[in-house]
Design a protein around this ligand. Structure first.
Ligand code: ADP
Length: 478
């Protein structure tokens, strides 16, 4: 099949969170299955186009925004995997120094991206059999394709899959974006994209896509309820198109401790010696005591209320009474960054904090840690815990979203299970699971090694997930 993936991030070019991992790896996996794959992303001006040999097409696409024609440049390249990438450039809207902003025209930026993508696909329709859009940033693609079809453009009749990576972000805009993006007032109704007086771009996509998926089977169940549906549970419950959860994989060409060049020593389930070297190196690098017996707990995350960092800071004094150390790598909300900065001051030598987005360091944290802490309030998939398991760091997670599909609570003898799970968003509960993990680690000996080996040997590859998407594409293609 000829497949188009449309998203706001993808590795290796631009990454803010797990979405980039998924888009990059899924594209590669689908290519590996023999499909022709093109990925559409915005060009935010924050990576070097020449590093990937992007070439600019002579003729830009013209998109109407606010009644005027805006030119969108098309940069094209082909990655080593054979995946083609089209990056859409429009400095006025896309180049803000980072992918996402808090600015009020955020829905217009990505509305423009979706509109330009739909226009391109409409023009070159015979090049695509399926369009696979990701999150709200690409959600207007099916909407605009439908509009083009209604306007007589038969080429726009291409089935669209819309994947929900995180329903907490929906692309809400004031009603004045309706004329700006030319969305039409006729759909500004409760059964259209109207959402409590606002325009909801995700809703517009969910109502016009030919299939909807999300990134784990459990999150697919959860978002049908008000607690996790973020106001869209009603829309999801009444979808008349296929709706299912397909668990993400991880890209094992990038995330494998046996071949990872970004960590100080290689290791595998069969030979864990290198993990000890990685731990000592991480302790040294982070300014912690180099102590093999201490339990080193790693955190790699966006700093967002979703991730439950407040639970970690709340239990820190108690957690650090045992022989434990914490390494945090995170970037995000200002207040959280400030709070972590203060914590770093008061726990020198026990807690290390790096406020940055640092991919190489993230590899060293996964490789050097004994435990990985992820007390998320909600978690659509939770790649971090999967990567941690692959690197022999056992996850301590809340029983939510994708964690329910990927982490099973260990029994007392560590004979079953793959991590330590707690139920409620309550520091006491989280502390209980963490201390349980610490006591097993410190008293576990060979049992600990056994559970480590078991989780490291699990199959988190993209192969089976890519096959599930492939089956869905076939199904909706008819
Ligand atoms: P989400 O998609 O909600 O951010 P996931 O756990 O599914 O959460 O995916 C997060 C991805 O982003 C992982 O690959 C993780 O290693 C990476 N990541 C998150 N924060 C950072 C950071 N500060 N530095 C480097 N990598 C990070």
């Amino acid at each position: 099949m000829k497949l188009a993936l449309v998203a706001s991030e993808m590795v290796p070019m631009v990454k803010v969170g797990g979405l980039a991992d998924v888009v990059g790896a899924l594209a590669g996996a689908l290519r590996g299955l023999g499909h022709h794959v093109t990925v559409f992303i915005p060009y935010y001006g924050n990576f070097d186009l020449s590093a990937y040999s992007f070439a600019r097409r002579l003729i830009p696409i013209q998109v109407k925004i606010g009644g005027r024609d805006v030119g969108v440049d098309i940069y094209e390249c082909r990655l080593g995997s054979g995946v083609e990438v089209k990056a859409f450039g429009c400095p006025e809207y896309f180049e803000r120094g980072k992918a996402y902003t808090e600015e009020p025209d955020e829905p217009v930026r990505f509305g423009l991206f979706s509109k330009a993508t739909a226009a391109f696909i409409g023009q070159e329709a015979d090049r695509f059999d399926i369009i696979h859009c990701h999150d709200w940033h690409a959600a207007l693609v099916p909407f605009f394709l439908k509009r083009r079809m209604a306007g007589g453009d038969e080429g726009a009749r291409i089935p669209v899959v819309l994947t929900i990576h995180n329903l907490a972000h929906q692309g809400l805009g004031d009603r004045d974006i309706i004329p700006v993006l030319d969305l039409g007032w006729d759909s500004f109704t409760p059964t259209g994209f109207e959402f409590y007086g606002k325009v909801n771009l995700f809703k517009a996509g969910l109502l016009t896509a030919q299939a909807v998926t999300t990134v784990s089977p459990n999150y697919a169940r959860e978002i049908l309820d008000p607690q996790h549906g973020a106001g869209l549970e009603g829309v999801l419950r009444t979808l008349e198109v296929p709706f299912r959860g397909i668990l993400n994989g991880i890209d094992e060409t990038r995330w494998d401790p046996a071949t990872d060049r970004l960590i100080p020593a290689a290791f595998s389930a069969d030979d864990l010696k290198g993990k000890e070297t990685c731990k000592a190196a991480l302790q040294k690098e982070a300014g912690l005591d180099v102590d093999p017996a201490a339990t080193l707990m790693g955190v790699v995350t966006r700093l967002d209320p979703q991730k439950g960092i407040d639970l970690i800071t709340a239990v820190m004094p108690r957690l650090l009474r045992s022989s434990t150390q914490i390494v945090i790598l995170g970037q995000g909300q200002k207040e959280m960054e400030e709070r972590l900065q203060m914590i770093r001051q008061s726990w020198k030598g026990r807690v290390a904090v790096t406020l940055a987005f640092d991919e190489p360091l993230s590899h060293r944290v996964y490789a050097g840690s004994d435990l990985f802490l992820a007390p998320s309030r909600f978690e659509p998939c939770g790649l971090g815990a999967m990567i941690a398991m692959k690197y022999g760091a056992l996850p301590v997670v809340r029983a939510t979203g994708g964690f329910v599909d990927t982490v099973v609570d260990a029994d007392r003898q560590l004979r079953t299970g793959s991590g330590f799970v707690f139920e409620s968003i309550d520091p006491v509960d989280f502390l209980g699971a963490s201390l349980r993990a610490v006591s097993y680690h410190q008293g576990g000996g060979t049992d600990w090694k056994q559970i480590q080996k078991r989780v490291m040997g699990r199959d988190f590859s993209w192969k089976s997930s890519a096959r599930k998407y492939e089956a869905l594409y076939q199904e909706i293609r008819g």
